[in-house]
Design a protein around this ligand. Structure first.
Ligand code: NAP
Length: 235
């Protein structure tokens, strides 16, 4: 992909990895970027980053906002499904199912709704969907059981969409992220074990530039796990 022809939409652009995607795409020279945020205050904050940034208010769990976003950003050719939540809820330790349901809404149904709404634009442009998954989709971590399940569902959806788009010229990339230094982590997390978000965004932009990358393991922890699971060859 030539970034001079790239018009991405990034969900969850207000902070963390999404905000890093905004900076990375702008640095790469995109002419226009749609920054998905959830409220007017966040929209005003992203609007002043650069004149190429167009805020789009889209809570990905709200169908009417997803449909409105697809109408507003009909020339998108890269959809980055980045928005996500993590509640640190175990399957048995959580008090009820509310957190598990919320993770499924944001981490699975949200990207699915965005992919469906933007499918016509992506088919027109022969574009790319980038789904920000997690190594949690590949393994079980007891303290975040329902998050694992939501990311595993999103992985299954990602692989299915890749098949459904065959013949339409739309690529679907799964990104299995390890640990990144964002507000998603608890205060008690050892930050020295986390990567800066630029590691992930750099790997994704390199993969987009190269083309043909379906499954991306952007950091050392992700590559190590993928090797142990036999998903990629040992280095
Ligand atoms: N950080 C990590 O170590 C890590 C590892 C693996 C995968 N990931 C994945 O990377 C993605 C980004 O995570 P992050 O670390 O940047 O998290 P973060 O700092 O907590 O940011 C989450 C972003 O998602 C947005 N968001 C939450 N619910 C939303 C909804 N219903 N609709 C639209 N936007 C919503 C938030 O918007 P508001 O500001 O409005 O709340 C925020 O912009 C997530 O999918 C996460 O699962 C992260």
């Amino acid at each position: 992909m030539n970034f001079e022809q790239c018009r991405p939409l990034v969900t969850g652009s207000s902070r963390g990895i999404g905000r890093a995607f905004v900076d990375a795409f702008l640095d790469a020279g995109v002419p226009k970027l749609y920054a998905g945020v959830r409220n007017a205050e966040a929209a005003a904050a992203v609007a002043v980053i650069d004149p190429r940034v167009h805020p789009v208010v889209v809570d990905t769990t709200r169908p009417e906002q997803v449909e409105q976003a697809a109408r507003q950003a009909g020339d998108v050719n890269v959809l980055v499904n980045n928005a996500g939540v993590l509640h640190y809820a175990g399957f048995l330790s959580a008090p009820d199912l509310d957190q598990a349901r919320h993770e499924m809404e944001v981490n699975y149904f949200g990207p699915l709704a965005m992919a469906r709404a933007f499918a016509p634009a992506l088919i027109r442009s022969k574009g790319t969907i980038v789904n920000i998954l997690s190594i949690a989709a590949l393994t079980y971590m007891p303290l975040v059981g329902s998050y694992n399940a939501s990311k595993a569902a999103a992985r299954s959806m990602t692989q299915g969409l890749r098949v459904d788009f065959v013949g339409e010229g739309v690529a679907v990339m799964a990104v299995y992220a390890g640990g990144y230094d964002t507000g998603m982590h608890l205060e008690t997390t050892d930050k020295t074990q986390l990567n800066p978000p630029s590691v992930l965004t750099g790997a994704v932009l390199d993969a987009l530039a190269k083309g043909g990358v379906d499954e991306l393991f952007p950091d050392a922890a992700a590559r190590g796990l993928a090797q142990r699971l036999g998903l990629i060859a040992a280095a």
